[in-house]
Design a protein. Structure first.
Length: 136
C-alpha cells in the first residue's frame, strides 16, 4: 500500500506462507515505484520479513526497513484498515466458495478499490484519480 493515496501497489495470494510470496510482491511493488529514494517499507514481525534474503533485497534497492515492535501496530494500521474494508465489502458479502473464486474476487476488489472506490480523505477521488489529479 502506498500511503500517499492508499493505493494497493502489489499483492500476492497463496495457499501457504512461503518466502517467494513476499519476495515477488516486493519486486512487483518496487517495479512500480518511480523513485525509491527515501522509500520506507513498513513491515510486521512475520518470519519472512526478518529473513536475511528479504533484508538484503531492501538494502540492494536502497529501501529502509521499518518493523513494528511487539504490541505496537502503528506502522501497519493503514494496511490492517484495508484488510478490514476488504473483508467487509467483499469477503463477508460474497462468501467465496473456492480458492479460485476468492482469488478472482480479491483481484476484482483491488481493481475496484484503486480505480473506483472514492475516499473522503482523498477529496472524493479514488486512489488512482487522486494520484493523477495531484500530478497534473
Amino acid at each position: 500500500m502506498d500511503l500517499y493515496n492508499g493505493e494497493i501497489v502489489a499483492y500476492r495470494l497463496a495457499g501457504r506462507p512461503v518466502f517467494e510470496i513476499v519476495s515477488s510482491m516486493l519486486e512487483a511493488a518496487l517495479s512500480r515505484a518511480s523513485c525509491v529514494a527515501d522509500l520506507i517499507a513498513h513491515l510486521d514481525q512475520g518470519w519472512q520479513y526478518k529473513m536475511q534474503p528479504y533484508r538484503a533485497m531492501l538494502a540492494r534497492c536502497g529501501v529502509k526497513q521499518s518493523m513494528s515492535r511487539k504490541g505496537n501496530c502503528f506502522d501497519n494500521a493503514a494496511i490492517e484498515s484495508f484488510f478490514g474494508t476488504l473483508k467487509a465489502e467483499y469477503f463477508y458479502l460474497e462468501r467465496p466458495d473456492s480458492i479460485d473464486t476468492l482469488e478472482a474476487g480479491v483481484h476484482d476488489y483491488v481493481l475496484y478499490y484503486n480505480h473506483e472506490r472514492i475516499k473522503l480523505g482523498l477529496q472524493g477521488f479514488s486512489p488512482m484519480e487522486y494520484r493523477l489529479t495531484s500530478a497534473a
